[in-house]
Design a protein around this ligand. Sequence first.
Ligand code: FPP
Length: 253
Amino acid sequence: MFFKNANNLLEKELLKEIDLDKIPKHIAIIMDGNGRWAKKRNLPRSFGHKAGVETIREIVKVCSNIGVKYLTLYAFSTENWKRPADEVNALMNLLVEYLKGELEELHKNNVIINYIGDISMLPDICQRELINSNIKTKKNTGLMLNLALNYGGRNEIVRAIKNIAKEVYNKNIEIDKIDENLISNYLYTSNIPDPDLLIRTSGELRISNFLLWQIAYTELWFTDVYWPDFKPYHLYKAIKDYQSRDRRFGNVK
Ligand code: FPP
């Protein structure tokens, strides 16, 4: 097992209740509440993001250990550019720090680092670190850590439609061949199965433009806990809940 074992009693107890043969293959997380976590402590918002990175470190390790195959984290949305420049800069710096600091260990532990979204808008250093991390790890076979950066679900769908329209115009695709499968193949997530479980922290009950196409049949799980306070214990709770659900995909039993 990579990294560390469950380290507190509650966590260990809850882990025992999880069926390790039915771990969700793909977990997506809207990591919300960093700003409020910082505000509660009279700290600048960027401290909340810094604390949020610690949670990312821990949750990535746990997901890898219990056999999650894909973990998609909403790290920066197409709407997040509206934030003050110093907060955007702090987030970009944290991304670079995280990749530089974790790459070797993640690689050693078979993790693939991947990204979705239009990264061409990110600072060069971020693009470089992301591309390097991806190149170095893409042949790994363990957990895929999929970072959503300058990502928006609607933007992703618009991009797919434009690309499909070009192919139709160039007579490479017949209109009758356009189906759900084809559209999925034109999304950033073309090589990734749809999420089984979507977690949102901080008490907000919305999707915020995340993976709009992909979550058609995803199980949703919300918690009031702010992202920096989200612990493996909460992840196990979400997975236990997920395992108790009856996924019918529109069918009957
Ligand atoms: C939401 O909290 C969080 C974000 C918009 C950014 C999440 C990014 C990180 C934790 C760090 C950078 C990423 C990596 C991969 C190292 P919020 O600021 O919206 O919180 P609030 O709703 O309480 O204001």
